[in-house]
Design a protein around this ligand. Structure first.
Ligand SMILES: CSC[C@@H](O)[C@@H](O)C(=O)COP(=O)(O)O
Ligand SMILES: [Zn+2]
Length: 207
């Protein structure tokens, strides 16, 4: 889909979120109603996917606005069940403009085999992450236990946000990745998912 040329930041955000959902769906990262997607708007509000519904088949109706603390701007709107995790990332990183959450096979399986982190080493694609200039590095991808209480999950994540290079994984659930804008967030998600797919292949060969 061509990018919408618009001076209305809301229209651009809606278009970016719909396009991101389609791209994530093409890779198989948003099965059933999994995943959620958001953008920060210039006025500080957050455009985010409604809860439920397929993220590969979003329409403008599937994108709503919440305040920085996750309160829907329009009463009755039901934002993503994981809205607080998005809000937490925007609060921690003032430059962040987009947050993506997907449920890939690789992140789901590997996180169930890991302790508190997955360590990714030696891959050229590690350079997609901020500040990385070489493949010759080991980056830690934290893994948090899944929790249906999202406020409690956010509390578990909070102390570790500042040290994150790539995002994080929720065990048996999926990844959270972010970037200054949607293109950057998508590039990082694609890079991370490539690395996780490589790790999964390595483990299959070793088994
Ligand atoms: C297929 S169930 C997935 C949900 O429980 C959740 O993890 C998810 O990613 C989507 O929730 P949503 O409320 O639509 O944003
Ligand atoms: Zn999820």
């Amino acid at each position: 889909m061509d990018k919408v040329i618009s001076s209305d930041p809301r229209a651009v955000a809606v278009d970016d979120i719909i396009a991101a959902g389609r791209r994530m769906d093409r890779f198989g990262w948003v099965p059933a109603t999994a995943g959620n997607i958001s953008c920060r708007l210039p006025d500080g509000l957050i455009a985010i996917t409604r809860s439920g519904g397929h993220k590969g088949m979003l329409t403008p109706h599937g994108v709503i606005e919440v305040t920085a603390d996750g309160t829907p701007v329009h009463a009755g709107d039901r934002p993503s069940a994981e809205t607080l995790l998005h809000c937490q990332i925007y609060a921690a990183f003032p430059r962040t403009g987009a947050v993506l959450h997907g449920h890939s096979v690789a992140s789901t399986v590997l996180s169930m085999l890991a302790d508190d982190a997955l360590v990714l080493s030696g891959y050229e694609v590690l350079k997609v992450f901020e500040g990385q200039k070489t493949h010759d590095v080991s980056l830690r991808l934290p893994v948090f236990d899944n929790d249906q209480d999202i406020a409690r999950l956010a509390q578990a994540v909070a102390p570790h946000l500042a040290e994150m290079h790539m995002g994080y994984v929720i065990r048996g659930h999926g990844v959270y990745v972010w970037g200054d804008d949607m293109d950057m967030a998508l590039a990082r998600l694609e890079g991370l998912e490539f690395l996780l797919a490589c790790e999964l292949e390595k483990r299959k060969i070793r088994a």
